[in-house]
Design a protein around this ligand. Sequence first.
Ligand code: AMP
Length: 178
Amino acid sequence: MSLTRPTPADLEKAIRNIPDFPKPGIQFKDITPVLADARLFSGSIDLLTERFRPGDVDAVVGIDARGFIFAAAAAVKLQAGLVPVRKQGKLPYRTHEQQYNLEYGTATVAVHVDALKPGSRVLLIDDLLATGGTAAAAAALVRRLEARILEISFLIELQFLGGRQKLQDYPVRSLIVY
Ligand code: AMP
């Protein structure tokens, strides 16, 4: 079965806006309709990886939790490894941790100390770029392991939150911009 490739506009039409989730004032971008549609899901992976061929990337780093879904499929497509950056307390082995600021308070992400070899070429993926704190913290962990970030890719960017400013050291791509 061969599927015609969707455009970012096709993906955008499928993304569902959930007002006031998980708290009042947040417009949650629900990507599950993209995942549930074979053409849209596989097309989203084609678009997220389109600048690379197998052999270009050593590891795809995915951010907890929806980032894992896209990163895992991208890793298979690019014949690369998959490395999870997880919320604090989830990874079983020794970790490096990076704290970042939320609107109220702080959060911490972690990566296994041996997850990436120095010099390895990394594609970092998450579902959505909002204020950029999460992706910047994940990028800092990748750098702490002395790996090289080729690109940071998102399905969705909420441009009005200015997250790109925290990622100025890296090439950043997003498929859908609000
Ligand atoms: P930030 O650190 O502010 O860039 O937030 C990005 C992280 O929070 C990503 O892992 C997203 O999955 C999640 N996130 C933030 N805002 C939203 C939103 N409006 N809809 C869905 N996910 C969001």
